[in-house]
Design a protein around this ligand. Structure first.
Ligand code: SF4
Ligand code: SF4
Length: 443
């Protein structure tokens, strides 16, 4: 492994593997004093970060070291739940002097990067800001591993947890571009007749009705749940229902605000005010500008509200409307020195969250199966990242091999637009390039 550069990371198509897919070479173009590896993994039933860290600790730490060099950081920290003592011990046996481990409480949302930065560094990212604003860069475990491998392994594989109502909850290693249904089958298949797929996690993920949807570089997990499960029912509530019930049943107790992690950090978001504003607006639009700072963690809707109302969706709808109207709260009130004194006590303990969400019935394990899932067909999305979709480099009938670039970001004034290259994840023939997907089959 030679000295890995930002160009290697770009060419390998590395993006944030645990979130929205921000191109990593762009993130590492900033300057920071600390790089944090986010191994907090606070979504219930997900295990892949801890499993990847245990199996590939050397690669993850190498990726952390590369990121530190590129951003000029003196310190690297791995934030991981204190309950994973075996992984912490393993890390401590390997860490060089300029890296350490930050054990975290088993609470939600420990993995929110604003919370992680505060818990580890006691720095508060300002509302609407990014970790770089306080001298930090945050990377996902798998992203760090992909950085370490960037010189000769483009991103063609994905690790993801498959959990919930499946026969064998597992962490899988799959080629990018397999279907969700193939992953669920590899976990022994559903144990319920009406299987619903929640992708990304029960708190922040989404209900995917298309079971043939494709795994991309950001897919972190699939939770299978029966149709009558509370998490599925809540996802299926329509907006009119949310507004009608919210308007009549919200008693303004403000629990949603008092447990909101961003409000506890001192950000000007008060979901109970957004709920209150529904009373005064016949079309159900909350008119509270602070909703733009909601991180959509769902804690208010799925945990805090005693009436099971949906302040998160009220905030989210409003946030989107404000963005569409190009309304932004410039210089929001914020005192970075004084997060709420009750912050630590108001985090949602994982056992209590699991109980509230009806998840205790499922096995909370995800052992790693490190054998690459064999498949005969993949669909590689040309957009798996924040930025512009890639332009295809291949045509129907072309032979491609694993790791070959098949799409690159378009040029914008002679420079590549924000984005990340995509690569073939199996050897085969291109059978279609349609609707933003390159299909490859092994024939
Ligand atoms: S917690 Fe529920 S009932 Fe209380 S203010 Fe918030 S939305 Fe209303
Ligand atoms: S989803 Fe709710 S708890 Fe989470 S940040 Fe938004 S308002 Fe706060």
């Amino acid at each position: 492994m030679g000295t890995i550069t930002a160009a290697d990371i770009s060419e390998a198509g590395v993006v944030g593997a645990g979130g929205a897919g921000f191109p990593t070479h762009v993130k590492l173009a900033g300057k920071a004093d600390t790089v944090l590896i986010n191994a907090a993994e606070c979504e219930p039933l997900l295990h892949k970060d801890k499993e990847v860290l245990r199996a590939y600790v050397d690669e993850v730490l190498a990726g952390l070291g590369i990121a530190m060099r590129l951003v000029g950081a003196q310190r690297g920290v791995v934030g991981i739940k204190e309950k994973y003592q075996d992984v912490i011990d393993l890390l401590r046996s390997k860490l060089p002097k300029n890296m350490d481990v930050a054990p975290l409480r088993d609470a939600y949302p420990a993995g929110d990067e604003f919370i992680l930065v505060y818990d580890v560094l006691r720095r508060v990212i300002p509302p609407g800001g990014i970790p770089l604003a306080v001298g930090a860069v945050v990377m996902n475990v798998e992203t760090a591993m992909n950085v370490a491998l960037a010189s000769d392994h483009p991103v063609t594989e994905k690790y993801l947890s498959v959990a919930g109502a499946v026969a064998e909850p597992v962490t899988l290693r799959v080629p990018v571009g397999v279907t969700l249904a193939q992953c669920v089958a590899a976990a022994g298949g559903p144990t319920v007749p009406d299987a619903n797929y929640v992708v990304g996690g029960v708190m922040m993920g989404y209900l995917e009705e298309n079971h043939e949807a494709l795994v991309d570089k950001t897919t972190g997990g699939v939770i299978v749940l029966p149709g009558n499960h509370v998490v599925v029912r809540r996802r299926r509530q329509d907006w009119k229902q949310i507004v009608r019930i919210g308007r009549s049943a919200c008693d303004q107790c403000s629990f949603c605000t008092e447990l909101c992690p961003r409000w506890l950090l001192g950000h000007p978001i008060e979901p109970h005010r957004a709920m209150r504003s529904l009373e005064f607006n016949l079309v159900g639009e909350a008119s509270v500008v602070g909703t733009q700072f909601c991180c959509e963690c769902n804690l208010c809707s799925l945990y805090s509200c005693p009436e099971d109302l949906d302040p998160k969706n009220v905030c989210t709808q409003n946030k989107r409307r404000l963005a569409a109207e190009k309304k932004r709260w410039e210089n929001p009130p914020f005192n970075p020195r004084r997060p709420d004194q009750h912050m630590e006590n108001r985090k949602a303990p994982m056992p209590r969250l699991m109980t509230k969400l009806g998840l205790r019935q499922f096995r909370n394990v995800g052992p790693l199966n490190d054998a690459l899932l064999p498949v005969e067909k993949v669909g590689i999305k040309l957009k798996q990242h924040i930025g512009a979709p890639c332009e295809p480099l291949v045509r129907v009938g072309d032979r491609v091999s694993t790791g070959q670039a098949i799409g690159r970001p378009p040029l914008n004034n002679g420079k590549p637009a924000l984005g990340a290259s995509v690569h073939a994840s199996i050897d085969g023939t291109v059978t279609a390039v349609e609707n933003g997907v390159v299909w490859i089959e092994t024939k």
